[in-house]
Ligand binder design. Structure first.
Ligand SMILES: [Cu+2]
Length: 332
């Protein structure tokens, strides 16, 4: 094929060709402008930084990899754009039809990506090791998934505190068919619970996740934390919320677990260590009161209440028995 033959484009006046090239430049400038306008909402577009030691590590890794990708894109597209502009047909460029193989080029474009992948793999492996390092936890909590709620059981110094965390009444009512309640008027619709998980900031909190029925997943985006809760298994996860980041954080079950999957949110109330100790003391005092009330309910004239209480305790004991051997191994 004669690559130097005249084309219809060559016969067009030079200013017309210049205009089509100008149009291309105009489109590129427009794209650049759109990108600059979008830069104002960069935090909204980017991955959230989160509030824990792990979420910060994960964010730093994400940014490292992002900048590597940006550099690769800039170099590759830069070379492509320069090649397309400087060596365009209208300038009389002639394609090199003789180069079919180059061992040198093959080696260069294999070695460079390998080096880039190794450079990314090192911090990624460090991050994975950090995520899996459960040593030095100051507080351990067992998290059990149920269709469709969570149970939090504190171990160690807060042992004895155990409660279910279920969808808040306001969300529950609004979610009923023909409730007549506009969900947009409900604060934190489907993201609020009756009893949030309470943890201290600045302390490494280790969660032991399991399930009493099907597979659930405990996920709080601001913590950079998500792990499956599987019946018969205990998975581990650790969270250390940075001091000064106390507050309420929300998440959801992240494994499709049945009809009520969207109705078992996770809410975590992060308190300062001093406030957390106060909360533990309050809970323990409430437990004592409840034990006294339970003893009163066990009196013969309160048989129905006692029966309901006994049924609840039987379910709890069954779950406890099922997970005890695994729990003993994990806590060993
Ligand atoms: Cu679930």
């Amino acid at each position: 094929m004669n690559v130097n033959r005249l084309t219809a484009n060559d016969l067009r006046p030079a200013h017309s060709r210049a205009m089509s090239f100008g149009r291309v430049l105009g489109i590129l400038a427009g794209l650049l402008g759109a990108g600059t306008a979008g830069a104002g909402s960069w935090p909204a577009m980017n991955m959230p930084v989160g509030v824990t030691v792990l979420s910060h590590s994960i964010y730093d890794l994400h940014m490292e990899v992002l900048w590597v990708c940006v550099a690769i894109a800039a170099i590759v597209f830069g070379v492509m754009i320069v090649a397309m502009i400087r060596f365009r047909h209208s300038k009389g460029a002639v394609p090199d039809i003789n180069m079919t193989h180059s061992t040198k080029a093959e080696i260069i474009w294999t070695v460079i990506p390998v080096l880039i992948l190794i450079a990314i793999a090192i911090p990624a492996a460090k991050g994975i090791l950090q995520i899996e390092d459960m040593r030095g936890a100051g507080l351990t909590i067992r998290v059990t998934g149920y269709q469709w709620k969570w149970q939090y059981t504190y171990l160690g110094k807060a042992s004895g505190i155990s409660f279910f965390s279920t969808l808040s009444q306001s969300s529950n009512f609004a979610s009923q068919l023909h409730s007549g309640i506009d969900p947009r008027t409900v604060p934190h619709y489907l993201l609020s619970v009756d009893h949030p998980l309470v943890i201290p900031s600045g302390v490494k909190v280790r969660l032991l996740l399991t399930s009493a029925d099907v597979i659930h997943a405990w996920w709080v985006p601001d913590f950079g934390a998500k792990r499956s809760a599987i019946p018969g298994f205990i998975n581990e996860l650790w969270i250390k919320v940075l001091p000064g980041k106390e507050g309420v954080y929300r998440g959801q079950c992240a494994a499709l677990c049945g009809r009520g999957h969207a109705f078992m949110p996770i809410v975590v109330d992060v308190k300062t260590p001093a406030d957390f100790d106060k909360w533990v003391a309050q809970q323990k005092a409430a437990l004592k009161q409840a034990a006294a009330a339970s003893a009163a309910a066990a009196a013969p004239n309160n048989a129905p209440v006692a029966k309901a209480g006994a049924a609840g305790r039987a379910i709890e004991a069954t779950v406890h028995r099922a997970t005890r051997p695994l729990m003993a191994r994990v806590l060993d």
